[in-house]
Structures are given as C-alpha cells and as structure tokens.
Design a protein around this ligand. Structure first.
Ligand code: UT7
Length: 326
C-alpha cells in the first residue's frame, strides 16, 4: 500500500456577492439574526448561465496547476455534489469533458460530506496503486435549489467549488493518514429535497407545493451535527494514536459557526486552530471543506508537516473526517 497525498488544492466562487442586508430587502430577516445565529455575513451566488460544472472546472484548474499536473494526467474524477448541472448524467462527466480529460468520472451523493467521501474514495484508489492522479471536487450551486421565499433556509447557503488532486506520496510520513465515513439514514427526513425522485416525481402539483426546494429541520440537524463531528474527529485521532494537541489546524465544514465552536469546545481545541470563512461564503455544502483547505494552503497557514483535521456532515445524515499530515 502506498500513502496517498493531496498534491494540490483549488477553489472558485462566483463573482456576485450577496450580503445579509441585501437579503433583508426581499425577505423578512436581518443581518443581526443571520450573523448571530450562523456567523454568515455574505455568500457568493452564481450568475445566470453559470453552471455547477463551470464552478467545478475553475477550481479544478487551480488545483491541477498547484499539483503541477495536466488534465491528461488525471485517471479518475470524483465529484461530491447534490446540485449537478442535470439530474442525469453526473456533474463529473461535464467536468471531464470541459477539462479535456479522458478518465472515468462519477458523482458522490453525500451532501455536505461529499468532498470527504470523495477524498476517501480517492485515497482507496491511490493507496492500492489502482490510480495515480485523482481529481476530487466538492461543488454546489445551491442558490438554484433553495426557496428564496423561505427565510429558514435561503439565508444559509452559497455557491462555490473546491478541488483536490490526490496522488501517491513520495514521503510515507506525509499524506492522508486516515479517512472515516459514517451515515445514518434513520434521520434522513431532517434534511431533504423532496421532489425529483421516485417519491415525488416532478409534477405541477409538487412544484406548486415547493417540493423541489431544500427542506430542513435546522434544530435536529444541529444536534446530530455537533455529536457526530466530535465523535468522528476523536475516531480519527484514536486511529492514528494522536491526541487533540497534535492537531495543527481544523478544516471544518462551515454550516454554522455555533456548530463549529461547540465541536471545538467539546474537543478542547482552541478556535485559533480552525480555519474559518463562513462569514464570507455561508454554507457551500460539499465545497466547504476543499475551499477552506485551499484558503489555508494558499494563505500560508497550512505548512509542510502540519496535521490537518477535516470534518464534515450533511444530509443523510452522512459525515466523515480526514486526518492529513501536510
Ligand atoms: O450543512 C448541514 C446543513 N445545515 C446545518 O448544519 C444547519 C444546522 N442548523 C442551524 O444552523 C440552525 O438551526 C439555524 C441557523 C438553521 C436556525 O437557528 P436556530 O437557533 O435553531 O433558530 P430556530 O430554528 O429556533 O428559529 C428561531 C426563530 C423562528 O421564529 P419563531 O418560530 O421562534 O417565532 C424562525 O421563524 O427564528 C425565525 N427565523 C428567522 N428570523 C429571521 C428563521 N429564519 C430566520 C431568518 N431571519 N432568516
């Protein structure tokens, strides 16, 4: 078995930035409510005509460049998304075509945990030697899946893409130390998009009821998130015989600053160790972890030898962690 390593990272967010004040002009909300409950100030929203795969490709190009790789080097593309260009085929095939790559490509449906699931898949392929250059993307264009009249959800999400290139490490001490994945379908109902599948095919009636939009029981999601994220980080540390003090940086899924703070508090990890950007992006679901990682790397915070703990949870519920020595 070879150690897999993240060789490059990249991110992209659409140019348009929408502030809480902007939202308060069209729905019954305030900057105070949004910021105090979530930590969000602004989010990026894709332009008309800009598609999920466009965001993904922009992030992928940056990651390829950092890794010193070309699209023709890719031998697998894994895209974590629940907001693909079309319901079928996958977002990954559009990414493949737009990059000019020739490799197999598929999507992973694990909502906000999509990029950690994707990273884990890449790790398995690379560590067995089956693949040598895997592109993992987390991308969402949730602004087209939220009901802009539902203040419970529309203030939370943003559009963005993050990418990682995974390949064999030439130094066994550096790379992905472990990935841990979990899911609990017993609580699937607390975060769904009801229409568009076999339960509610898209009909005029379904659309009239707004079933094509994200529905969330925020409080229940919050409870499961806090518990599961703490557990999965502890699991990663235990598997590597490490303690919380060994962690140099936490790269969390940014859904709500209060979730992040509570998890850090329970783990007894100081907040300064977390790389945070929820104020600028909102919840970008599967894109959240890779864009945060990329900000940490390009901003010079994450350096060679640092231990980075990534964690994410989303609809499913599905969650996971990745522990990496950079
Ligand atoms: O990526 C994973 C997916 N999502 C998450 O991780 C989200 C997890 N959950 C959360 O982040 C929080 O539960 C929310 C931020 C969604 C909500 O915060 P909360 O403290 O749980 O608020 P709440 O649901 O208890 O709502 C309190 C009140 C309600 O009014 P009433 O019924 O008490 O009169 C809501 O109607 O706040 C109201 N409200 C708003 N008010 C102003 C809900 N949304 C808004 C809004 N502006 N945008």
């Amino acid at each position: 078995m070879v150690r897999a390593r993240i060789l490059g990272t990249g991110r992209y967010a659409p140019a348009k930035v929408v502030s809480n004040e902007d939202l308060s002009k069209t729905i019954d909300t305030t900057d105070e409510w949004i910021y105090s409950r979530t930590g969000i100030k602004t989010r990026h929203i894709a332009a008309e005509g800009e598609q999920t795969s466009d965001l993904a490709v922009a992030a992928a190009k940056n990651a390829l460049e950092m890794a010193g790789k070309k699209a023709s080097d890719l031998d697998l593309i894994v895209v974590g998304t629940i907001s693909s260009d079309l319901h079928m085929p996958s977002c990954a095939v559009y990414v493949q075509a737009k990059l000019g790559a020739k490799c197999p490509a598929f999507d992973v449906s694990a909502a906000c945990a999509g990029s950690i699931y994707g990273l884990s898949i890449a790790e398995q392929f690379v560590s067995t030697g089956a693949k040598k250059c895997v592109l993992v993307i987390g991308v969402e264009l949730l602004s087209r899946l939220v009901d802009w009249k539902d203040r419970n959800t529309c203030v939370l999400f943003g559009d963005a893409a993050g990418a990682m290139i995974v390949g064999p490490s030439n130094d066994d001490r550096r790379g992905i130390l472990s990935t841990h994945l979990h899911a609990d379908g017993n609580v699937a109902d607390i975060l769904t998009i009801p229409a568009g599948g076999s339960v509610h095919p898209i009909t005029a009636q379904a659309v009239e009821q707004g079933l094509q939009y994200i529905k969330m029981n925020g409080r229940e999601v919050y409870k499961v998130a806090v518990r599961s994220l703490e557990e999965v980080v502890r699991e990663a540390l235990a598997a590597n015989k490490m303690s919380v003090s060994d962690v140099t940086h936490v790269v969390p899924h940014q859904a709500n600053i209060r979730i992040i703070d509570t998890v850090l508090e329970r783990l007894e990890i100081p907040r300064e160790k977390a790389i945070l950007n929820i104020d600028r992006y909102g919840n970008t679901s599967s894109a959240s972890v890779p864009i945060t990682l990329d900000e940490g790397v390009r901003g010079g915070r994450i350096r060679e030898g640092d231990v980075v703990a990534m964690m994410a949870i989303g609809a499913g519920m599905a969650w996971g962690s990745a522990l990496v020595r950079w």
